[in-house]
Ligand binder design. Structure first.
Ligand code: ACO
Length: 321
């Protein structure tokens, strides 16, 4: 049997820091409201010369360097992003160009905040069947460009950044299972219009994130509880078998609810949102990269990655690092 193992990770955060206090100078909010409701203190904002592809390249190069491979060995690139540089070519193709890889397939997946988990799931199937040997999965997001900076209900939540995981075919177990789901019934609770291609009825809606946060919150907590059960059952594992939870970083209260469901102390949960906000599909990969690089996540440990986002979409990946 053939498995996918993590052979490299990378992450990139733009240098500009935007604090809650700074936001409260322009919209009616406060550091205490934002921190108490979300756990967020600051977020990073990309410069005008940066893009999903440029940030993806930096994260990807770090992962390639950690793995000690030539970029040419990569035969599959999957980029998850809601803010592609261009409608086409895909950001995956733009990343392929930047990395100078000739013989490789590259494409994007669109699953909002769950995009990286969807990407890992697809890459795992390709490697397990032998269709790919080295797969690069990247989440790269410029959330700051699609939030309405006058809307206090959304602009305080998001940040920019990119994360990457490089998977390689191996004889030993790496990814134990992935589980991905969609339910298209909830469009109105969380969406971002595409003004140039809007259908009748939404002709001039600006391209900003629109979210009914309170309703999204409730569905997210329930759904993530169920994906934990589904993942444990599929692997016939007890909660205690999981060493680390690496959750999507949307809200500390959602993360705490998932940790409680796993009876896991917060010391075993990787939390990055305090200084990053919600970086959508980049968040799980950024958190995983951080905990690998600072030595928290060790080889042989069992790690549960999970995410929930617009669609709704949600999913998990259970892996032995
Ligand atoms: N500052 C001050 N007051 C605010 C702010 C703000 N930034 N934002 C909202 N408020 C006000 C509201 O107007 C409301 O006022 P009202 O009671 O007078 O009407 C009050 O605060 C409470 O608002 P709620 O929306 O009920 O606040 P809640 O406790 O639900 O927190 C939050 C909001 C943080 C958005 C939370 O609901 C949440 O995190 N939701 C989930 C987000 C998520 O997981 N999204 C999915 C992933 S994102 C993706 O896929 C792109």
């Amino acid at each position: 049997t053939r498995y996918s193992r993590v052979i490299g990770t990378g992450g990139y955060l733009p240098s500009e820091i935007l604090t809650n206090d700074q936001i409260s100078e322009t919209v009616d909010t406060s550091d205490s409201w934002i921190f108490e409701r979300t756990g967020i203190k600051s977020r990073r904002i990309a410069g005008s010369d940066e893009s999903a592809a440029s940030m993806a390249e930096i994260a990807a190069r770090q992962a390639i360097e950690m793995a000690g491979i030539d970029a040419e060995e990569i035969d599959l690139i999957i980029v998850a992003t809601g803010t592609p540089d261009r409608v086409y070519p895909s950001t995956g193709c733009l990343l392929q160009q930047r990395l100078g890889i000739k013989n490789c397939v590259a494409f994007d997946v669109q699953a909002a905040c769950s995009g990286a988990i969807f990407g890992l799931s697809i890459a795992d199937q390709y490697i397990k069947t032998g269709a790919a040997r080295k797969a690069l999965v990247v989440g790269s997001e410029l959330c700051s460009r699609i939030v309405d900076w006058t809307d206090r209900t959304t602009c305080v939540l998001f940040g920019d950044g990119a994360g990457a995981i490089l998977l390689g075919a191996a004889e030993e177990t790496g990814i134990l299972s992935t589980h991905i789901h969609s339910d298209g019934e909830f469009e109105e609770l969380l969406y971002c219009p595409n003004p140039q291609a809007a259908p009748n009825g939404h002709p001039h809606e600006p391209g900003y994130i629109s979210m009914r946060g309170n309703e999204v919150f409730k569905v997210a907590v329930n759904t993530l509880g169920r994906i934990v059960d589904e993942t444990l059952e599929a692997n016939d594992l007890d909660k205690e078998a999981i060493d680390w939870l690496v959750p999507h970083q949307a809200n500390i209260r959602i993360i705490q609810a998932t940790a409680k469901k796993l009876k896991m102390p917060m010391e075993q949960v990787v939390v990055t949102l305090e200084n990053q906000g919600n970086t959508s599909s980049a968040s799980v990969l950024l958190a995983f990269n951080e905990a690998v690089r600072d030595g928290r996540i060790q080889r042989g440990q069992v790690v549960l990655l999970e995410a929930f986002g617009a669609g709704f979409t949600w999913g998990s990946a259970l892996l032995k690092y």
